[in-house]
Structures are given as structure tokens and as C-alpha cells.
Design a protein around this ligand. Structure first.
Ligand code: TRP
Length: 363
């Protein structure tokens, strides 16, 4: 249902004989039933791993039910490091296939590729007029990137937060599920919204809030004994991986020389294996190995074998769907096109208002 403010009134008597006008009903309906807008951007760098899945993607999937979700692949953002032309499409399509395989549903959410919706750039330009060099230079992610690629400190890198603000504000999103590392970028997005509203004396852009999954986000440990699964080699298990490669990685996971007394507290590297087991294995299996730990008869080799088997089983349906989607370019293109159309519709509506507010003529 679309809501057009100021639709010609149509008398609509209810069973008590009152008549409500159509716009009134629409407004009421809108307040009560319109879902809040959620948006998140995913940089197309590398493949999704177990940590991404349990820490974020699984929650994106759940949010589809309660919110009006926009999920997009931030391929423009990746241009700051000058990727090869032949890699650009492929990496976006790969991430798209993986998100679909995880259960992001293009019928429920709007899933699109950033570069398919050029409306964003126009808003990016307007917002850039209200962002100051000093504050952009102070953003930690900019400083880090500038340190990492000193020969390529380009203006795109500097205005990364403005592009991110445009991504969010073009759909007037209220909630943005992102990691803690994005806090400063989110603060810039709120500044952009606030400034625009103040400069033009309007209440047009809502200030987008970070959305943390809190207790619902499961932190997946790395296989190298580190606390978090990340993209570094040997530390993570990708969703697309096959049984052989998973077995090999789990086998190599860091352990210690075993418990030295009964019911001992588990050191981090061992706790990590148990945490993975909690996710991938049945409760019986977990309890079995937990008991073996407690009575000191545990054999890490057996535990790892079981863990690998259970991870393979858990990932099998996702892996199958990834392969299916990846081999169906036609479907991926169709999904991307449909998402781009929906995202364009929403962004264009916002831009129309923005143009009016700024003072341009709108035809
Ligand atoms: N900066 C985000 C990251 O590095 C990706 C991103 C780009 C994003 N635009 C966004 C996230 C808008 C949320 C909303 O992960």
C-alpha cells in the first residue's frame, strides 16, 4: 500500500456512522503499521564466514519480519582502494549470492548494489557541502586508512563518512545495524542529518541510530585461539567451504596440553572450541565433551573430529544454496535489478524533497 499525502478525500463511514476521510485513515494506519526503516551496508570484500553469519547476517534475516529493511552492497565504498575492473562485478555478485543463501529475502527486503542507484551521489554532493575538512580528517577510520595506504589518500577516502550518510539518509533510515567500529561514521551521519535540518529549518531527516544486536549477537571465536573470527588466514571458516577444508582448519585449531585437574576452568583456546560446539553440535555432544573435560579424559583430536563434522552439517544447506545462486547469474541479475528499482524509488522520493528544500526547481 502506498501513502500519498493529500489524496482526495473519500467519505468512508464506519459502523458507528462516523465518517473518516481517507487521508486520516491512511495516516492512522501509517503510524500504526508502517514499519521502521532499517538499513545496512556490506562492503564486498571477501566471503562471509561463520562469525559474520552468527554475529550479523542471522540477525539481518530476523529483522526482515519486523522492519522495512534495506541491505546493500557497498561497491562504491570499495573504490577507495582502486579494485580491478574485472573483480568489481564478481565480488558484488558473490556477496549477493551469499546473502540470499543465508535467507535475506528480496521479496521482504530491498537488497541492492550501491552503484546501481546513482541517486545516492546527488545526496552525497549536497551533504558534502555541509561537512568540514577538519572533522572528516579526525575520523579514525580515515586516519587508519591514510596510514595504511599513504600513496593513495584520496578525497573518496576523506568523504567516506559522507557517502555513508547519503546511503542511510536517502531512505530516511531510523536504525542501522553496524559494528562498534562504525560508531564515528554513524556520528557523522547524524551530524549530516542534524545540520541539514538546521540549515534549512526543517525536520526532514531523522537522526539514524546504531542498532546493536546485544545479547542476540553470538560472538564467534577464531580458530587461532583469538577471541574473534576475522578474515585472517587460518582463523576463520567460510560459509562456502567444503568438508575437506573445514576438517583441515578445525584440525589445526590451537589447543593446549590438556586439563591438569578435574573441573578446571577452560583456558580461552579451549573455551573457543566449546563455544563453536555450542553453535554447531547438539546439546548431548556438547555435554559429552564437557564431561570429558571435567574428568580429564578429553582427547582434543576426537573433539575436533566431531566439531568439524557438525560444522560441515550445519553449513551444508547454506553452502548448497550459495553454489546454486552463484551458478545462476540470471537470477542474481534479476534480484539486483529489482532491488535497484525499489531503492531508486525510495531515494528519488527523498531527493525530490531535498531539492525543494534546498531551493531547486522541481518539475
Ligand atoms: N562502512 C561500513 C563498513 O565498513 C559499510 C557501509 C557503507 C555502511 N555504507 C553504509 C554500513 C551505510 C551501514 C550503513 O562496514
Amino acid at each position: 500500500m502506498t501513502f500519498i499525502e493529500g489524496t482526495p478525500t473519500q467519505k468512508n463511514p464506519n459502523k458507528f456512522g462516523f465518517s473518516f476521510t481517507y487521508p486520516y485513515l491512511c495516516k492512522k494506519y501509517k503510524n500504526k503499521y508502517m514499519k521502521e526503516i532499517v538499513l545496512s551496508g556490506i562492503r564486498p570484500t571477501g566471503n562471509l564466514h561463520l562469525g559474520n553469519y552468527y554475529g550479523a547476517v542471522q540477525n539481518f534475516v530476523k529483522m526482515q519480519e519486523d522492519y522495512n529493511c534495506y541491505y546493500f552492497i557497498a561497491d562504491w565504498h570499495s573504490l577507495t582502494s582502486h579494485p580491478k575492473p574485472e573483480d568489481i562485478q564478481q565480488s558484488a555478485r558473490t556477496i549477493l549470492a551469499e546473502y540470499l543463501a543465508c535467507g535475506i529475502d528480496p521479496e521482504k527486503s530491498t537488497i541492492y548494489i550501491q552503484s546501481d542507484v546513482p541517486d545516492t551521489i546527488e545526496l552525497y554532493l549536497y551533504l558534502n557541502m555541509n561537512c568540514y575538512l577538519g572533522e572528516l580528517e579526525r575520523v579514525t577510520t580515515f586516519k587508519e586508512k591514510a596510514r595504511k595506504q599513504p600513496d593513495n589518500v584520496n578525497a573518496g577516502l576523506l568523504t567516506y563518512p559522507t557517502l555513508m550518510a547519503a546511503d542511510i539518509l536517502q531512505h530516511r533510515a531510523a536504525k542501522v545495524p553496524v559494528g562498534k567500529d562504525q560508531e564515528q561514521n554513524m556520528e557523522m551521519a547524524r551530524k549530516c542529518a542534524r545540520r541539514f535540518n538546521n540549515i534549512y529549518g526543517v525536520e526532514f531527516f531523522p537522526e539514524p541510530q546504531n542498532f546493536y544486536f546485544g545479547d542476540h549477537a553470538i560472538k564467534i571465536p577464531g580458530l587461532d585461539g583469538s577471541g574473534k573470527m576475522g578474515k585472517s588466514e587460518g582463523n576463520c571458516i567460510y560459509l562456502y567451504e567444503d568438508a575437506k577444508s573445514i576438517e583441515k582448519k578445525v584440525k589445526r585449531a590451537v589447543t593446549d596440553s590438556g586439563p591438569t585437574e578435574p573441573n578446571q576452568q577452560k583456558p580461552e583456546v579451549i573455551q573457543n572450541l566449546f563455544t563453536l560446539m555450542e553453535i554447531a553440535s547438539s546439546k548431548d555432544t556438547y555435554d559429552y565433551f564437557n564431561e570429558k573435560w571435567n574428568d580429564m579424559s578429553i582427547r582434543y583430536g576426537d573433539m575436533k573430529k566431531q566439531l568439524a563434522e557438525d560444522i560441515v552439517k550445519t553449513l551444508a544447506p547454506i553452502r548448497e544454496r550459495i553454489l546454486e545462486y552463484k551458478s545462476n547469474q540470471e537470477l542474481l541479475d534479476k534480484v539486483a535489478k529489482m532491488g535497484a528499482e525499489k531503492a531508486h524509488e525510495s531515494a528519488a522520493a527523498t531527493l525530490r524533497e531535498v531539492r525543494k528544500i534546498i531551493g531547486f526547481k522541481v518539475y
